[in-house]
Design a protein around this ligand. Sequence first.
Ligand code: NDP
Length: 453
Amino acid sequence: MTTEIPNPATGQVEHRQALMTSNAVEAALHAAQAAFPEWSQRSVQARGDVLRAAAGVLRERRQDLQQVMTAEMGKLKPEALAEIEKCAAACEFYADNAQGYLHPEQIATEAQSSYVRYEPIGCVFAVMPWNFPLWQVFRFLAPTLMAGNVALLKHATNVPRCADAIAAVLQAAGAPEGVLGVLHIDNDQAAEVICDPRVAAVTLTGSERAGKSIAATAGSVLKKCVMELGGSDAFVVLEDADLDKTVAAAVKSRFDNAGQTCIAAKRFIVVEAIAETFVTRFVEAAGKLRTGDPNDSATTLAPMARQDLREELHQQVGASVQAGAKLLLGGAPGQGYADYPATILDHVGPGMPAYEQELFGPVASILRVKDEAEAVRVANDTSFGLGGSVWTADAARGERVAQQLQCGAAFVNAIVKSDVRLPFGGSKRSGFGRELAQHGMHEFTNIKTIYVA
Ligand code: NDP
């Protein structure tokens, strides 16, 4: 079976991807198993040399990689180049810091010696999404490889050339065959891979629907999994917020990457005293965003990655308006094949899709609240728990509010972002487990106690 991959900017089919046969999947599983002993026994330093070389290859190939990303999922050229650089920096960061993260931890007991070792577990199977087609992969890959594991990647169906380009980067960097294998497979084949005894664990970044299915399969064979799922992050604007900075951040956080970011601000929870001014300025700033060719520097809002995603988003907007939300900007599909304009819904409330569900595209929801206490209550009135941010002139107040947000990462006067130095992940239905930093690196290790009496 082959899948046609249209360019989201034009609708033209530029690539047809064939699914792998069971023999090809078997060969990839075999290669991963064969690569593990030597890779896991290499010194951390030697593994780091490969990751440092990968950073160099990423930078050398950035123009080609950008074109593939833009052709497959419509990313704006500057956003793609920034993503590639972030991947290169992550490779270098884990090459430099893995030794410290993996260092055995002495724990004093009555024993002569007792300590914890972080040992690699084998092959980690990654199911990854299209929205950051390089970064989502390197976010798990750099720490996983540095921990001594090998990896198999099933990327989203719409970004097969990104998957192959990542494998080519690792190969050019000198990674032995089998250290990273790419599987072009469907979801049924993915379930078989999860169950294969040569696979030790699974990591997913994607939707709740995919999470339920993959976690159930992993659970059926008692395999560890990390789930990075959707979010509907609160962006809490208190009455003392610096509006120049806050409005600029609101536009960036909601509309970068055409709004297709798990940690994008999605629910703008604004206290009454500042709501009118914030909303007016937010609408004015977002109204300047221009859809168009993602390779053209005049385009400031990327097309959505697929037409079906745009349709789903538009339905959520329509149903929210029918339920009483007020449309202030946008709200109808654009001219381009998968364009959707910057859209703002005001007076969003319980029962509306914009309140209850994730809007994975360029649509902002405004929720007006009386005061700080109500802002916290509304921010937490969601099944999601990925990130959140608070905007205020009083950092101590912001910190107090941030501590009350039920999510994996709460930022004060800054946009929620993933940072290689900090753990990343969600609570509630946004998933479980962590990526990045020491916590992420330890997820796919055997945290082993050694006790010498
Ligand atoms: P999916 O969750 O369907 O896709 C993400 C990845 O999971 C893809 O590789 C996909 O493969 C795979 N996948 C999906 N279902 C299964 C399954 N049962 N078994 C194995 N693999 C599976 O996301 P969509 O592309 O449909 O995007 C829709 C929604 O997902 C968005 O609206 C957003 O809510 C959420 N999402 C969240 C992301 C995040 O960063 N947290 C990223 C992307 C999406 P395939 O493409 O072959 O189906």
